[in-house]
Design a protein around this ligand. Structure first.
Ligand SMILES: Nc1ncnc2c1ncn2[C@@H]1O[C@H](COP(=O)(O)OP(=O)(O)OP(=O)(O)O)[C@@H](O)[C@H]1O
Length: 715
């Protein structure tokens, strides 16, 4: 009885606290709205005055008026940004509270934690602490008892005497939990059981301790994060960006941050997380854009997606061998050593002569050695430019004439001292000059190179001639790290000399010949901090268990959340498969789930099935390599494009032994299955894939049924 009374009092107290917080927020919202109205009026009046009196004003007066209008616009924009924050806080002012008794203080202080800071407009006392504030780390990092937090002024020690979590929606307290453990299971379970949105969502209320360590790591210049499927890597990386923008707000802005994402659909899917966290969107780039930026005027090239399609179609051993070779760290070292030693080994200095004026061989050698740290073509330009300058002056001093043809002639003489005309020629020679490497470069036609050559060539270009880089970027986030080879990282290292967060999962590679592990990437960034996330949050235990049988990762720890066992349905033929899938989609339409993904092995298969299902009246969105946006509802796509995305329900068609037979197919099957949060269905006609043999032995965990038998269940 006493306990119940105490709880009721406590709840009452919390409701009052919430009401008071909402009152303060409302007051602030009204003040801001007033400010915005005032600024709008001022801007209108000033503009009107300016137009009415334009003729009578001198330049200084006009400039003054314009300056005032600009200032009012800036103030109004700031107020609008604050207004949006307050509106968000009114929806859900805070999600956590930690009571901390700092050593030396008389009592514990309750700290309420929300998505933004908020201070009482009258007393200036902080009412809500931003989840990124130093004190908020107590909430994520400690259970009850001794704890501390770091501030720029030093470390504060003390004891946590209580921790509480809230779910507040529409300004109403839905539930609250006391928890002595790190971010109680109940709230996490609630969050994970929700339906998938067409947008990635923020997870500030339930960030786990090991995830928080990644988010708040301030010191790593390069942080490499290997995380199992569904471990929250992408979410965490975006929260890390939001944290760094908050922590270093004086020196870092969203303009200085860039995300290197696998494709546009993924970019669209994650686009809302930063704005939800109160930060602006950041620029995105992908390796295709980098390739076109540097190669557009050099050569045509195969794209990454074309390479994946080729690999899925059937790859010849020689081409696989070339990919394997160019995907090693040793290759980067070999290429780098060879390319950088060309200047020393092949530069043949000679005398320069123009208009009977000469520069000696020794002069050329000195000039060339003057800029040893620069790329070879830049050094040659340096020699040529200086020579032109000197010779031109000498000729003119003697009353002679210097023409453009003279300049060209001097440049030609200097260029003739080096046997290669450009970086591409150096790259080709790397293969031609060594018999062991001769078969390793095979263009796809007269002017098109294989994807495996794209980044080695760009690397050669960067090392041999000055290239434009991304010097304004101060933090680069690289997702799907396993799909990039060491040479691609070497290119990134040259183009982005900034802090990096690199994340991925070696188990989710789309190219078994050239996937990178944490160790491989570490070899390119030897000073990087490496962290691992092993707990998987996305899928039910049953789905994770199923995927583990396709591609085992002994480090993976599944979250305890249960759902329907995955179902493997054998059909008599393709028509029956389509009928079954149609019924699953229909059933989904009547369920509480929001998103459904039909994930095929290839884009071509997805396209064919899309046509068949559309003809049968199913409404669904087809995503291919040209798609730019993720969509809600029913999606049909390939495993490669579905990477990084998630769906409430996933259907994987055609899981027969012809379609899923080799290592690459196994990767695709694993990626497809791990996209499912709550339900997973696989269908096939013909013998079941060898990677799903395990389902036959364990019918108690996974359901293997005939389509006929399934009819009743699905209907
Ligand atoms: N601490 C958490 N609280 C709530 N949800 C979480 C948490 N961590 C991860 N999740 C959820 O788990 C799912 C997977 O997250 P995310 O997509 O970031 O993982 P990932 O490691 O990048 O996955 P993958 O590599 O398989 O694409 C998301 O729905 C995310 O919201």
């Amino acid at each position: 009885m006493a306990l119940t009374d105490a709880r009721t009092r406590d709840e009452e107290h919390e409701r009052q606290h919430l009401a008071e917080t909402l009152r303060l927020l409302t007051m602030e919202l009204e003040r801001l709205t007033g400010d915005i109205d005032k600024s709008t009026r001022t801007i209108d009046e000033r503009k009107k005055h300016l137009w009415d009196n334009l003729r009578d004003m001198d330049f200084a007066e006009k400039a003054n008026y314009r300056g005032e209008v600009d200032m009012s616009v800036r103030l109004a924009e700031h107020a609008v940004m604050l207004q949006k924050r307050i509106e968000r806080l009114l929806e859900s002012p805070y999600f956590g509270r930690v009571d901390f008794h700092a050593n030396g203080d008389a009592d514990a202080t309750p700290y309420y934690i929300g998505i933004h800071n908020f201070s009482d407009p009258e007393t200036q006392e902080i009412v809500i602490h931003d989840w990124r504030a130093p004190v908020s780390s107590l909430f994520y990092d400690f259970e009850s008892g001794e704890a501390f937090f770091d501030t720029p002024k030093g470390t504060t020690h003390g004891d946590i005497t209580g921790k509480r979590q809230y779910k507040i929606e529409g300004g109403r307290l839905k539930y609250m939990f006391d928890t002595s453990l790190n971010i109680g299971d109940e709230v996490l379970q609630q969050e994970l059981s929700q339906s998938a949105d067409d947008r990635m969502k923020n997870i500030v209320a339930t960030i786990q301790r090991e995830q928080n360590a990644v988010i708040r790591n301030e010191t790593a210049r390069v942080l490499i994060l290997q995380g199992v499927a569904g471990s929250g890597k992408t979410s965490i990386a975006l929260h890390r960006v939001a944290f760094l923008l908050y922590r270093f707000k004086d020196t870092l802005s969203s303009d200085n941050v860039m995300i290197l994402s696998p494709n546009k659909v993924f970019g669209d899917y994650i686009a809302d997380v930063l704005p939800e966290l109160g930060e602006e969107k950041v620029a995105e780039i992908d390796f295709n854009k980098i390739a076109s930026k540097y190669l557009a005027k050099v050569t045509d090239y195969e794209t990454f997606s074309e390479q994946v399609v080729k690999l899925l179609d059937q790859v010849d051993e020689a081409s696989a061998e070339r990919m394997r070779y160019k995907a090693t760290s040793e290759f980067v070292t070999e290429l780098d050593e060879w390319v950088t030693s060309r200047a020393d080994e092949e530069f043949a200095p000679g005398e320069i002569e123009q208009k009977s004026k000469r520069l000696s061989v020794d002069w050329v050698v000195d000039m060339f050695n003057d800029s040893r740290d620069l790329p070879v073509f830049t050094r040659l330009d340096h020699v040529a430019n200086t020579a032109v300058h000197l010779l031109k002056n000498e000729v003119r001093d003697k009353g002679g004439k210097w023409s453009a043809a003279d300049t060209t002639s001097v440049r030609k003489q200097v260029r003739a001292m080096f046997p290669y005309k450009d970086s591409f020629a150096i790259y080709k020679a790397f293969y031609q000059q060594d018999p062991a490497r001769r078969g390793m470069f095979k263009p796809l036609g007269k002017k098109k190179i294989e994807y495996a050559d794209v980044f080695p060539l760009i690397y050669t270009m960067i090392r041999t001639a000055r290239q434009e880089n991304f010097s304004h970027i101060r933090h680069l986030l690289v997702d799907e790290m396993q799909d990039y080879t060491p040479i691609q990282y070497a290119v990134l290292r040259e183009l982005f000399s900034c802090q990096m967060t690199i994340l991925g999962d070696a188990n989710q590679s789309v190219n078994p010949f050239s996937s990178s592990s944490l160790a491989t990437i570490h070899s390119i960034f030897p000073d990087a901090d490496c962290l691992e996330l092993c707990k998987s949050y996305r899928s039910t235990t049953e789905i994770t268990d199923f995927a583990q049988n396709i591609s085992r990762n002994d480090k993976l720890v599944p979250i305890e959340r249960h759902g329907l066992p995955p179902q493997v349905v054998a059909c008599a033929d393709q028509r029956e498969q389509e009928t079954h899938i149609r019924k699953l989609v229909e059933r989904h339409g009547h369920s509480d789930h929001r998103s459904l993904g039909i994930v095929c092995k290839t884009v071509a298969q997805a396209k064919a099935l899309h046509r068949a299902l559309s003809d049968a009246g199913v409404e669904l969105t087809f995503l291919d390599y040209d798609s730019t946006a993720f969509a809600a509802g029913v999606i049909i796509t390939s495993a490669h494009i579905a990477k990084g995305l998630e769906f409430d329900v996933v259907i994987v068609p055609d899981v027969d032994d012809t379609n899923y037979a080799n290592d690459m197919d196994r990767c695709m099957l694993y990626i497809a299955c791990t996209r499912a949060m709550h339900e997973l269905h696989l269908t096939h006609d013909g013998p079941l894939s060898r990677f799903l043999e395990f389902t036959k032995e364990s019918t108690n965990r996974f359901r293997v049924v005939d389509a006929d038998a399934e009819e009743t269940a699905v209907a």
